[in-house]
Design a binder for this molecule. Structure first.
Ligand SMILES: *[C@@H]1O[C@H](CO)[C@@H](O)[C@H](O)[C@H]1NC(C)=O
Ligand SMILES: *[C@@H]1O[C@H](CO)[C@@H](O)[C@H](O)[C@H]1NC(C)=O
Length: 222
């Protein structure tokens, strides 16, 4: 094998590493377990002993029920990730149901570990995401029942119900634990608060504006 070919192979190997989301499971499944009395160890994690694993470890019920959208943003995310469904452990995938009241908003947020693909079941959503610096290009679309949109991994995105009826969407995420950072909550609602000098300079506004924003209740719709 020529040095050049080896270099190409190494590059390909590195690329597939960089493109991977959650790691490959290495076994059929590794049901997450808290009780460490009867675990199997895989890659340093606890898996439930496969001999004691049942169908219920791969099962979740209740996504037919709408989330409660009576909150300031008018939306509610119901997650089904490894916290709710232990059988998802190591499998690199999860999902959410999102309910929107009329004019409800799933506010700008990012999933640090996952791409999200969303399908609208009911209603009309104005959705979008913004690319990274320096372009910060905004891509938007109005989605109706049956429409699908993808939010690339890590990018800030939102969904806004522009209809006067409730809206419902489901979304798949390419991580068992996608994480969510809601921008307003992280910036203005951190505990303890970020110094207002920092945010006044960052946002190029008076400190009073920052103090006002930091005094708000930043609701988490997850
Ligand atoms: C599962 O059961 C088989 C058959 O009884 C046994 O050989 C194996 O050690 C068990 N595995 C674990 C992890 O306990
Ligand atoms: C929805 O949430 C609101 C505000 O927390 C609460 O007052 C209301 O009882 C909830 N509704 C249901 C059906 O749980």
């Amino acid at each position: 094998m020529s040095a050049r070919m080896i270099a190409v192979l190494v590059l390909l190997a590195l690329c597939s590493q960089a493109l991977a989301s959650d790691p490959s499971p290495l076994q059929d499944f590794c049901v997450a377990i808290k009780d460490t009395e009867t675990p199997v160890f895989v890659n340093g994690k606890f898996c439930k002993n496969p001999n004691y694993t049942t169908a219920d470890d791969f099962f979740f019920s209740g996504l037919d029920k709408p989330g409660n959208t009576s909150n300031p943003v008018g939306s509610k995310v119901t997650p089904v990730n490894v916290m709710q469904l232990p059988g998802l452990n190591t499998l690199g995938v999860s999902l959410v149901r999102i309910d929107y009241a009329p004019y409800g908003l799933n506010p700008p947020h990012t999933h640090p570990r996952a791409t999200e693909v969303l399908v609208v079941l009911e209603g009309t959503l104005y959705v979008g995401f913004v690319t990274s610096n320096p372009e910060n290009r905004l891509f938007t679309k109005v989605l109706n029942k049956g429409d699908v949109f993808v939010f690339p991994e890590g990018l800030i995105h939102f969904q806004f119900n522009v209809g006067h009826t409730n809206a419902v969407a489901f979304a798949g995420l390419s991580s068992q634990n996608p994480g969510t950072i809601t921008i307003a909550n992280a910036v203005f609602g951190s505990k303890p608060p970020i110094k207002d000098d920092v945010l006044a300079k960052a946002f190029q506004v008076d400190k009073k504006v920052i103090d006002y924003l930091q005094a708000q209740f930043w609701m988490d719709n997850n």
